[in-house]
Ligand binder design. Structure first.
Ligand code: TNX
Length: 519
């Protein structure tokens, strides 16, 4: 058949197909239409975009589609790879091939795409236009395109598969520039490959920060060349008595690079002055609790501390911060600072103020758990609220930014309910719905929105030790937190979220994510 004829047949078939779909759409309740569908507003996108306008037709993604980029060429190649993963179509990028349909990527002008992560998608029958101000915005837009591609092709034409994307316009931007996931690799260690698997999922839901809790009483997980015993000794233990493990600096660089390819910033945390038993067991001269440090594999907190008055402690911290800062391109260094129950308050304050200077000297912005606001710290430093609202309010009064991580709502290590296989419940039981039912900017009464940097969901690892147990606690709640960080509060709606969440099973199953339940 000549090409022209073929195209007419194709078009007619598409129209008939769309006709059938819309008849079905009238007969069934909207939520039962799975894929394909032509209502862009009903697409199972998470996080929910800022605005969606549907034009109720379809873009037929098929082998006659090409990708052209005026800007952000690497994003074009990345999109082609992702489309191939989902559909096995290999779309040429910038090859000057005459084509029926084009996906065009360009730097957008004007107000619509002025934030660095914002983007616009304009989808018509024969073109899909992606506009963003930055490559980062274009990367976020690609995640939306991935989510718009139906799971199954329309194969009415036996050997011409076509994936129908609903037409219309999406304009999108994040509510918060910081949308984080924390993984505790200290209580139990997670390998580079295990973390990479999670980074792929984070990227798909537009999470842009991975905070690694690298040290604690039970283990030290990052190679420090000037203090080798930290990993030789401190890296060989974990909760419950396993062998632990650690990242060499090369491993860490590999993780940071993998995250950066996904526009995810890695934040390293070295917890101090408490939570330091593994360091003090490796180098007893650092210890400040008056006892001989022993290997610790339990789960109690608050018994360890550095000696805030020893010079060697600050030499040590300077070395650690310098070595880690040198392999961390992101702007932040997290000093922990939580639950230092055996550090006298005046020592704690003195310590935090000194460590802040060390972090700044090494070119980083300090983050600490909300207790750090007991010290007189700079307005450029950041407090991570987890438990004490007064600390968050004090931070804001100092002009500081706050990361919102309420244990009662956003702690991924809390059990779903009393039957959960993994997790703790000291803060709360957090079922899937409850995890979604709060509004980060309203949660701490009196905290102005301009002081909120964003939200983060921490996953502490006392009770988890491999991908399966990690994923049981993280999914699907983390997907909800991704939406709470990105989507404006006016667009948050539990019922609509649950409908979209149920549809995530195709992606999560394909990625072999062992989620708890999407119900
Ligand atoms: C509190 S939250 C901790 C961690 C524990 C966690 C368990 C915070 C800053 N500290 O040391 O792992 O509870 O849920």
């Amino acid at each position: 058949m000549e090409v022209a004829k073929f195209r007419i047949v194709l078009k007619n078939l598409l129209l008939v197909f769309l006709g059938i779909l819309s008849i079905q759409a009238c007969q069934q309740p909207a939520k039962e239409i799975i894929f394909p569908q032509t209502d862009l507003t009903a697409a199972a996108l998470i996080p929910k975009p800022q605005t969606i306008e549907a034009t109720h037709s379809a873009f037929g993604l098929d082998k006659n589609t090409v990708i052209q980029t005026a800007d952000f060429n690497t994003i074009g190649t990345y999109l082609s790879k992702k489309i191939e993963e989902q559909t096995a179509l290999v779309l040429p990028v910038n090859q000057n091939i005459k084509a029926d349909k084009v996906i065009f990527i360009r730097k957008g002008a004007g107000n619509t795409v002025k934030d660095k992560e914002s983007y616009q998608l304009t989808i018509s029958n024969d073109s899909l236009l992606l506009e963003a101000a930055t490559a980062e915005g274009a990367f976020r837009a690609v995640q939306t395109i991935r989510q718009l591609i139906p799971q199954t092709a329309n194969d009415t034409l036996a050997n011409h598969k076509m994936w129908l994307l609903p037409t219309g316009t999406i304009f999108d931007r994040p509510n918060f520039g910081y949308r984080g996931f924390m993984l505790d690799v200290a209580r139990h260690f997670f390998s580079v490959d295990e973390v990479k698997k999670q980074l792929d999922i984070l990227a798909y839901y537009k999470i842009n920060v991975l905070h690694l809790h690298l040290t604690d009483d039970q283990g030290w997980r990052i190679e420090i060349k000037s203090w080798p015993k930290l990993t030789e000794v401190g890296g060989t233990s974990e909760v419950g008595g396993g062998n632990g493990g650690f990242y060499t600096q090369d491993d860490y660089k590999e993780l940071v690079a993998y995250a950066a390819e996904r526009y995810i910033t890695v934040i390293p945390e070295v917890d101090m002055p408490g939570h330091t038993n593994a360091a003090s067991f490796s180098y007893p001269e650092l210890n400040g609790n008056g006892k001989t440090p022993k290997r610790y594999i339990g789960t109690e907190v608050g018994f360890s501390t550095f000696d805030a008055h020893k010079k060697v402690v600050y030499t040590f911290i300077d070395d650690v911060v310098r070595e880690i800062a040198a392999i961390t391109p992101g702007p932040y260094f997290h000093i922990g600072g939580d639950e230092s129950h055996v550090t006298p308050k005046k020592d704690y304050v003195y310590f935090v103020e000194k460590v802040e200077k060390i972090v700044q000297k090494n070119g980083k912005i300090m983050i600490g758990w909300d207790e750090i606001t007991q010290a007189e710290i700079d307005s450029t430093s950041i407090a991570q609220y987890w438990n004490t609202p007064e600390n968050a309010l004090k931070a804001a009064k100092n002009g500081m930014k706050v990361i919102v991580s309420p244990a009662k709502k956003a702690y991924l290590d809390m059990q779903y309910d009393k039957h959960s296989t993994y997790g703790l419940h000291w803060a709360a039981y957090i079922p899937v719905d409850t995890a979604y039912q709060w509004i980060p900017e309203n949660y701490i009464k009196g905290l102005p929105k301009e002081n909120i940097l964003g939200i983060e969901a921490p996953l502490w690892s006392e009770t988890i030790f491999d991908s399966q147990s990690l994923e049981y606690l993280a999914y699907p709640r983390l997907i909800g937190y991704a939406e709470l960080g990105w989507t404006s509060k006016e667009n948050l709606n539990l019922k609509d979220y649950k409908r979209r969440l149920a549809q995530q099973r195709y992606f999560l199953d394909k990625k072999e994510i062992k989620y708890y339940s999407l119900e």
